[in-house]
Ligand binder design. Structure first.
Ligand code: AMP
Length: 377
């Protein structure tokens, strides 16, 4: 297969660290184009391995496995932010990690993430960093409530955080801080809605934005995404500008997501993910190019496609406890695009798949969703 200096072309191999649903959907997008896929994941038969050409079954930070993946692949990407930084640096030094380790270093640590946003003058909730129970108690004596305490690393889907309603919760926070040491305490924002800005940035610095998504969470897990988000042009522009600033500062390459709280015409940045995002799954059916395909283009050094929203959309996650209902509904459903990730065990709260509805109007989408809910029973 022909090679050139700047682009990785179909016929060459993309290595993916992490074999979950995001790796799987990246792999599917790349397979459509004709790439080979090698995935590194400790679990055999993981979602991405089911569509990949090759799996290296080893821990994500296994040095030998990282070396093997790097040798096998022409370019390497990842599906999660907790990639071992030594591994990321090694792959970059071999010239195969266009995304670089910096965006990973920032997004795997809430302190670094918030500090970077603050340094750039971006709007964020008030925060303090603490490293033990005593510091936690000191900070909370003057902090306004409600607040939230979060671990600085390792939390996701609401894991690793505790909401603090009033001073009465200080002891709980102190215990949390003692257990987790490096934590961030944040002001609780009474937001009107949560949105996410998802974009893809090319190596050249060119950015393409997907339409902003509006997100509803249940028990801290994304439940539903609606597009277009019901926000003003002012909010939209503020969100795009903040994203541009961050993307440039971190020299982002690939698809990237920023979660934002909206309060009136104000925005407050919450957290970032240096990868495709759950709230961008709607792009598979509702846009001319998905967040995954655009990501592959970016890391392969191909030009980005100009993004168009083809139709309004809603995406609903399928958790372990929803799976039986969805399977009951599927034979009766004319609309709704069901994606299941091939996870063997349907545990409660585990993301097993998602369904995307598209139509000309949100009213029609609502009707599709009610028929879906009815058919699940
Ligand atoms: P996170 O893991 O930081 O994305 O938090 C998970 C969810 O908790 C968010 O999507 C919000 O719904 C809620 N949350 C987290 N931090 C805050 C905050 N400072 N103010 C209000 N809600 C928050």
């Amino acid at each position: 297969m022909q090679k050139n200096n700047t682009s990785i072309l179909p016929g060459q191999t993309i290595g993916i660290i992490g074999g979950g649903q995001l790796g799987r959907m990246m792999a599917i997008a790349a397979k459509y184009m004709g790439y080979y896929i090698a995935v590194l994941d400790p679990t055999t038969n993981c979602p991405a391995s089911q569509v990949a050409d090759k799996q290296i079954t080893a821990a994500y930070d296994d040095k030998q496995a990282i070396k093997e993946l790097t040798e096998m692949a022409d370019v390497v990407t990842y599906e999660f932010e907790n990639v071992d930084l030594t591994a990321a640096t090694y792959i970059e030094e071999k010239g195969k990690l266009p995304q670089g380790p910096y965006a990973l270093e920032i997004t795997q640590n809430r302190e670094k993430e918030k500090q970077l946003m603050k340094d750039l003058g971006l709007p964020i909730p008030d925060f303090s960093i603490i490293t033990n129970g005593r510091e936690c108690e000191e900070v909370l004596k003057t902090f306004s409530f409600p607040a939230v305490i979060k671990t600085c690393s390792g939390g996701y889907d609401g894991k690793g955080q505790l909401k603090l309603k009033s001073q009465a919760d200080i002891q709980q926070a102190v215990d949390f801080a003692e257990k987790n040491s490096h934590c961030i305490i944040e002001e609780w924002v009474t937001f009107d809605k949560e949105i996410s800005v998802i974009f893809t940035r090319a190596k050249s610095g060119e950015i393409s934005f997907f339409p902003i998504a509006e997100n509803d969470h249940k028990d801290h897990i994304l439940y539903q995404t609606q597009v277009p988000a019901r926000i003003s042009e002012e909010v939209q522009n503020k969100a795009y500008k903040a994203a541009e600033k961050l993307a440039e500062k971190m020299n982002v390459v690939g698809t990237f997501a920023i979660e934002i709280f909206v309060q009136g015409e104000d925005i407050f940045l919450n957290e970032m993910a240096p990868r495709p995002h759950n709230s961008g799954h709607y792009t598979i059916e509702a846009c001319n190019i998905s967040q995954f395909a655009q990501h592959i283009r970016a890391i392969a050094g191909l030009p980005l496609a100009p993004i168009k929203l083809l139709e309004p959309a809603a995406m609903i996650n399928i958790l372990g406890e929803d799976l039986d209902g969805v399977l009951r509904a599927l034979p009766k459903m004319e609309d709704g695009f069901v994606h299941l990730y091939g996870k063997v065990e349907a545990k409660t709260k585990r993301k097993m798949g998602h369904t995307t509805f598209i139509a000309e109007t949100q009213e029609e989408i609502k009707q599709q969703i009610s028929r879906f809910e009815e058919a699940k029973r």
